[in-house]
Design a protein around this ligand. Structure first.
Ligand code: COA
Length: 710
């Protein structure tokens, strides 16, 4: 169980630093790091450590950290792996708070044992390890450049946490080019001890950081990451790039950092649950981050598109639909606002079409109108270069109105489509942090990210939904199977568990004679299905051991006789105990629900379109527990087949409440019953509102070993 680390502040705001392996030899990492620290203007005490002593980077070097008389908050290790453990022991003895290990050569190349030893020694002494296999830390708050980056790092408001060092160094370079200032830049490397969740805790409260960007390859302690993300995204946007999306990518990631890349589908859904924005590309990630760091959040969801191109307006509308940006649609009000400012042939329906004959003046009139109206919350401007509005004239309006809108707390974003002049202008304006794009979809994806963040931040969280379940009764069934050496439960055991937690299953009875079969059938109610009961016959339908849709006594009699005949012919020596008579399940919407222990995220639940094509359709969504009902509903809404639950072609809405209840129950089982690792119901038939659900088939898999974390 991890507790919040009160010292985390000193990782970014250390009062003193020792560089173990500081060197005078140009080109060595230990040389670059010590010189970066000095050059960038770090104000605390700096202690170069090198067995040769002397002077390094103009400072007195110490032969050992133990020779330093003052307290040291952090050490940066730039010595080869084989010397690391001894150095860490000395740091621990010196009561250092954080040891940052730039050194490579541990779990990422299969040397996990040494890494564990190092963390154990550190933690026993209250010291924590960042890395190993990192490029260091940058913190604008302390003017600290404790990295071996080759360029100056511009200070600003974006905090970056990266698992890949090389990519992080590339990000520094790109941030410089894009004029994106950083508040913090830190690499986590092998995450032997400190991980993203720890670092997020600091960035959540640090004022300088307005947006957090994370590059993640694999997640180990998923539950603590989600917790930290949830807290972070209530106060500032978190943009995540995760690699390992494709199968090949996932394999490369695993061998790259020695950590397991979690299943991508699960990861995607779960970071959404944490309120983070997942970027597909580095470009998106930087664009979103830059926009979110420099612009106000809108007061509401109404966006208008202002354009001089009919086709551009249609494209922008499509893009808005794709990225979930809501277009303001009060046509009456739009008319009142824009009619006075648009040319004769224009349109006041959103997109506001100023027509191809519009020039700067027309745009300005429309901007003024949008600026004044309180029902308009954000504006997307799409300008096509025309003979009447040539590239050299566009610039003035853009800059002036960007500032005006910003001051008014209304986000505005520009897209300019045109020639060389326009392209040059976009580059220059973008460097000056004006949100301006040369592609409509890039512009709208940024607006979409802004709204996704806003929706999450505005959401009020409920208490986690849970139910009391009879854990002892379930454990008894699981233990019995365990004693028999089974890793799964039989169908009837699964059904007993359904009965214990109150999930309805089809009524059924076993009968050993024709008379009893008839009695059972009328007790259950027609129509019924009949299945042979025999330990020896595994494939009942192959054996002709199943009869469906039996409507009366006569049909039960014939079916019983046919099943006995078929099964004896199929396997003459089979011991037949009788037949199972079960309720014929009425048709409804077939869903699949499941709960399992995920390697990275712990207890998770899943919902999706059920039936036999689950694997093909892959229409499922995941969440990590705990969850409130609202989150469960949002998980259900995410699947493509959601409209089926609302009722199509005149059907009534399905019992979504009962579906939610059932997911809560599976969640309670997976969280509380240690022996169970997977539980799945498919199909779960969902009936009309207030008519409930029925669990037709239940599969339960037992855990191989006792799980440590719950
Ligand atoms: N205490 C202090 N200084 C020590 C020491 C100790 N216990 N042991 C060695 N040193 C000194 C060395 O004498 C040397 O100083 P010098 O230049 O004055 O002789 C300095 O530390 C560096 O040691 P050296 O043996 O020259 O190592 P190196 O610079 O070739 O390589 C690493 C060290 C850490 C850079 C290398 O082992 C490594 O891991 N490289 C990969 C780093 C990386 O890519 N990280 C991930 C980035 S994302």
């Amino acid at each position: 169980m991890k507790h919040h680390d009160e010292n985390i502040k000193y990782l970014f705001e250390p009062r003193s630093i020792a560089v173990i392996g500081a060197s005078n030899e140009e080109g060595k990492i230990g040389h670059i790091v010590i010189n970066n620290i000095v050059k960038y203007g770090y104000k605390g005490n700096i202690f170069p450590i090198n067995p040769k002593g002397g002077k390094i980077a103009g400072l007195n070097a110490y032969q050992s950290i133990l020779d330093v008389n003052e307290d040291i908050d952090i050490t940066i290790l730039t010595i080869p792996a084989k010397f690391a453990l001894d150095a860490v022991k000395q740091c621990a003895a010196k009561k250092v708070k954080y040891c940052l290990m730039i050194t490579s050569g541990f779990s990422e190349i299969g040397n996990a044992k040494e890494e564990h030893k190092i963390v154990a020694v550190a933690n026993e002494n209250g010291m924590r390890i960042l890395g190993p296999n990192i490029f260091g830390v940058f913190s604008a708050e302390s003017s600290l450049n404790g990295t071996f980056a080759g360029t100056d790092i511009p200070a600003g408001h974006l905090g970056i946490i990266t698992q890949s060092g090389a990519l992080g160094l590339a990000m520094i370079a790109q941030a410089t080019v894009g004029n994106i200032g950083l508040s913090v830049m830190v690499s986590v490397g092998n995450k032997a001890d400190v991980d993203e969740a720890d670092l997020l805790e600091y960035l959540i409260t640090q004022e300088r950081t307005k947006v957090i960007l994370m590059y993640i390859e694999g997640v180990r302690k998923g539950a603590s990451l989600i917790g930290a993300l949830k807290r972070a995204t209530k106060v500032k946007p978190v943009v995540i790039i995760k690699s390992g999306r494709s199968r090949r990518g996932a394999m490369a990631a695993a061998s790259h950092t020695g950590s397991l890349a979690g299943s991508d589908a699960v990861f995607d859904d779960i970071i959404k649950q944490g309120g983070a924005l997942r970027a597909e590309s580095m470009k998106d990630a930087f664009e979103w981050s830059k926009f979110l760091a420099n612009n106000p959040l809108p007061a509401g969801g109404n966006t208008v598109i202002i354009t001089n191109g009919g086709g551009a307006g249609v494209m922008a509308t499509d893009a808005c639909e794709k990225y979930d940006v809501k277009l303001y649609d009060d046509l009456e009000n739009l008319k009142t606002i824009f009619l006075p400012s648009i040319p004769e042939f224009g349109s006041t329906k959103n997109p506001i079409d100023l027509t191809g004959q519009a020039g700067e003046k027309d745009y300005i009139k429309a901007f003024e109108a949008a600026l004044k109206d309180p029902d308009i919350h954000s504006v997307l401007v799409v300008i096509c270069e025309t003979p009447l509005y040539s590239g050299d004239k566009i610039t003035g309006g853009v800059e002036l109105y960007y500032e005006k809108f910003k001051k008014a707390g209304k986000p505005i974003i520009f897209c300019l489509l045109g020639g060389q002049l326009v392209a040059d202008y976009i580059r220059e304006a973008s460097r000056n942090n004006i949100p301006i794009y040369e592609d409509i979809y890039d512009a709208v994806s940024t607006l979409g990210a802004m709204y996704a963040f806003k929706r999450y931040a505005d959401e009020v969280e409920d208490d986690a939904a849970t139910v009391n379940i009879n854990v002892a009764a379930i454990d008894e069934i699981v233990d019995y199977a365990g004693k028999e050496g089974r890793l799964f439960l039989f169908a009837h055991e699964g059904q007993s568990i359904m009965n214990i937690i109150g999930i309805p299953i089809p009524r059924s009875q076993v009968a050993a004679t024709i008379e009893n079969a008839i009695k059972s059938a009328s007790a259950i109610g027609y129509p019924v299905v009949m299945k042979v009961v025999s330990k020896d016959i595994l494939h009942k339908s192959d054996a002709g051991g199943i009869a469906l849709n039996l409507d009366n006594d006569q049909e039960v009699i014939s079916a019983y006789e046919a099943i006995m005949r078929n099964c004896r012919a199929y396997m003459p020596r089979a011991v037949i105990e009788g037949v199972e008579i079960a309720e014929m399940v009425q048709p409804g919407t077939e869903m699949i629900i499941g709960a399992r222990i995920d390697k990275s995220f712990g207890p998770t639940v899943m919902v999706g379109l059920g039936g036999i094509y689950v694997e093909v359709m892959k229409d499922v969504s995941f969440r990590a527990l705990p969850l409130d009902r609202k989150e469960i509903i949002s998980m259900i809404k995410e699947i493509r087949s959601y409209p089926l639950l609302l009722g199509v072609r005149g059907e009534k809405t399905r019992d979504i409440n009962a579906l939610v209840d059932t997911i809560v129950k599976l969640g309670a089982i997976i969280s509380n019953c240690k022996g169970i690792s997977d539980i799945e119901i498919n199909p779960l038939v969902v009936y009309e509102q207030s008519s409930g659900i029925k669990a037709v088939d239940v599969r339960i898999i037992l855990s191989k070993e006792d799980r440590e974390v719950r």
